[in-house]
Design a protein around this ligand. Sequence first.
Ligand SMILES: Nc1ncnc2c1ncn2[C@@H]1O[C@H](COP(=O)(O)OP(=O)(O)OP(=O)(O)O)[C@@H](O)[C@H]1O
Ligand SMILES: [Mg+2]
Length: 441
Amino acid sequence: MDKNYFSNDNGLIPKYDVLKFNFSERFLENRLQNRFDYDYKENLAKNMLKELIGYGEISSLIEDDDLEEIMVIGVDKPVFVYHRKYGMMETDLIFDGEEKITNIIDSIARETNRRIDQQSPILDARLENGSRVNATIPPLSANGPTITIRKFKKDPLTIVDLIRFNTLNTEMASFLWLCVDGLGVKPANIIVSGGTSSGKTTLLNALSIFINPKERIITIEDTLELQIPHNHIIRMEARTVNIENQGEITIEDLVKNSLRQRPDRIIVGEVRGKEAITLFTALNTGHSGFGTLHANNSRETITRLTNAPMNVPKIMISSIDFIIMEKRIYRSDGISYRRITEIVEVVGMEEGTVQLSKLFEWDSEKDEFRNLTIMSKTLEEIANLKGIHISKLNEEWEKRRDVLNYLVKNNISSQKDISKFLENYYLNPNYVLNEIGVSLN
Ligand SMILES: Nc1ncnc2c1ncn2[C@@H]1O[C@H](COP(=O)(O)OP(=O)(O)OP(=O)(O)O)[C@@H](O)[C@H]1O
Ligand SMILES: [Mg+2]
């Protein structure tokens, strides 16, 4: 990265130098002072065009793949960005009037065929490049219009990336692989749960790579975020009302509809409303499913599912096999990292309470993961259905751990490469194990 790109001199929040990429008045200032450099000149025409037809002055921020989030917080305030490496940064871009911000919001609304006005002052949309946008206008937002853009990562983080970041270890990942696939007899139902921006969708996406390529997958989302490499997949996106206040298609509509599409696996990006009951009915009738949910611990996950507005009957909860809790942890310098804090198995119901068993746990002091028990109801069920001894499954778990260790060690981390590897493994495990030098006894 360019050294001028950021500076850390001004206290707590490092600075992101928009000028480096953007055409603005300061560009001319630099030019007058004879500090013109070739990059600027090259960018001049491009940036002018972008400001005219794109997203105004934030266009170059939108194009910077190192940014996770772009935050316009109103008039006369700096635009903030969240940098993948440097965390929260203040930019030198300040909007001095509402109009420029409103223009950007209007062009996003037009592009996505949504409306934003006094009657519906909140805009939720997805840009052409996949990024997610939320915008609000006064009087809802007191300091002027706001824009929050969650950038879409072109190459999603994969399970190998997450292992390398220590979000989880290979033992957990290979366990989840075994359960997601369920050896073709019992594909696990999983809820990934955690706080805002804890990495739930990313983890769900990363785990989806383990889905057996034979399955027919249907994904259902508010705004398309999931990037699952499988061929046989139908991606559905909900729709809010259009300019004429019509045409809404909810997540619930889509989940209901998916049941007529003969899915093997239904993936609901975020479970939060009435669709939960439909989803759980599907899980209780032999479909398998994934979803994320917003909650702070596994108990709260169940409480949220069983209360309004989701109202899933408790008896249906045991169709979930695992709740994976993920957390975003902030270091004192403002940089954050993500950890799977626990993997909990739903083992059944007793006296009206859902029984949970914790299989893995994160030790925050040592920054290590612990496997708390070798007993897993899901593994037992797979062994029973397959008619094999549980020790055979433990062997399979170990083999898959070897495969993942190999991928991590050899930096095979792109989604494409991993899925090719896994596909081969599903076709001929011994061949793959041989190739990577695992001795088969
Ligand atoms: N394990 C991880 N390590 C590092 N960065 C991550 C990790 N998981 C996710 N991220 C990054 O964090 C951001 C938020 O991730 P993600 O959208 O998966 O979170 P979320 O919990 O689904 O958020 P939301 O609450 O908005 O649904 C993304 O930019 C993503 O690239
Ligand atoms: Mg999410």
